[in-house]
Design a protein around this ligand. Structure first.
Ligand SMILES: Nc1ncnc2c1ncn2[C@@H]1O[C@H](COP(=O)(O)OP(=O)(O)OP(=O)(O)O)[C@@H](O)[C@H]1O
Ligand SMILES: [Mg+2]
Length: 203
């Protein structure tokens, strides 16, 4: 998968700009010239979100009412187009000109951001490393994403149940259902994390 072209309209410091990308791209520029803004646009097309804006309206160019970001993607010889528009504070997603909900949009373009603060992956907590793995694997494996959501929900429910058992409001035997669910989903999550790390170990 490859992004061939990126068109920015009223996005951050870009009023209208078209970028074409070759096989590999290195972006150089003065401080404040818009390098991170460009990464932000690509990341937005991949994940539907900004990696840095607290208020996503910030991405609309000053004095303008909307932005539009379009990406042309090629994958196994097929060209497709993804677009995100924001106007009146609302984001809209399109694939090949057809409006899509965010869930259906995310993952069409696959991207991994590695920023300076991501050195924390090495120096920081294991929780941060797990979040990173979850984010990356979820993009390419729908079943992983499903298991992850189900696991997190199951864990919350089980914790609630533990509290109820302590207060004598529920039976220990009720844990069985949630244990089974956590084991089933946890097994798949662990397996896939292991596979991903094995692939990564090569580098
Ligand atoms: N909504 C906006 N409208 C217009 N300009 C904006 C908007 N948001 C940010 N900018 C401008 O974008 C510029 C910053 O761009 P960016 O963060 O991409 O720079 P950079 O090339 O990554 O710089 P550095 O090398 O310092 O990291 C600033 O000049 C800022 O004024
Ligand atoms: Mg920058």
């Amino acid at each position: 998968m490859h992004i061939n072209k990126l068109i920015l309209q009223n996005f951050r410091n870009y009023s209208r700009h078209e970028f074409k990308f070759g096989d590999k791209t290195v972006i150089l520029g003065e401080n404040g010239s818009g390098k991170s803004n460009l990464m932000e646009a690509v990341y937005l097309l991949a994940t539907g979100k900004s990696f840095r804006a607290d208020r996503e309206e910030e991405m609309v160019r000053y004095e303008e009412g909307f932005f539009r970001v379009i990406g042309q993607i090629s994958q196994i010889g097929q060209i497709s187009q993804v677009a995100v528009t924001m106007s009146e504070g609302r984001k809209k997603f399109e694939v090949n000109g057809v409006p899509r909900g965010m869930v259906n949009f995310v993952g069409r373009l696959k991207a991994v951001l590695f920023a300076p603060q991501d050195m924390e992956l090495v120096t920081g907590s294991p929780g941060g490393r797990r979040r990173y793995l979850d984010f990356v694997i979820s993009q390419v494996d729908r079943e992983y994403r499903r298991c992850l959501i189900s696991y997190e929900k199951g864990l919350r429910q089980r914790n609630k149940l533990l509290e109820m058992i302590r207060e004598g409001l529920a039976q220990r035997s009720q844990l069985y259902f949630w244990d089974k669910l956590l084991i089933k989903n946890g097994e798949y999550i662990t397996l896939k994390r292991g596979e991903y790390l094995e692939g990564l170990a090569e580098y």
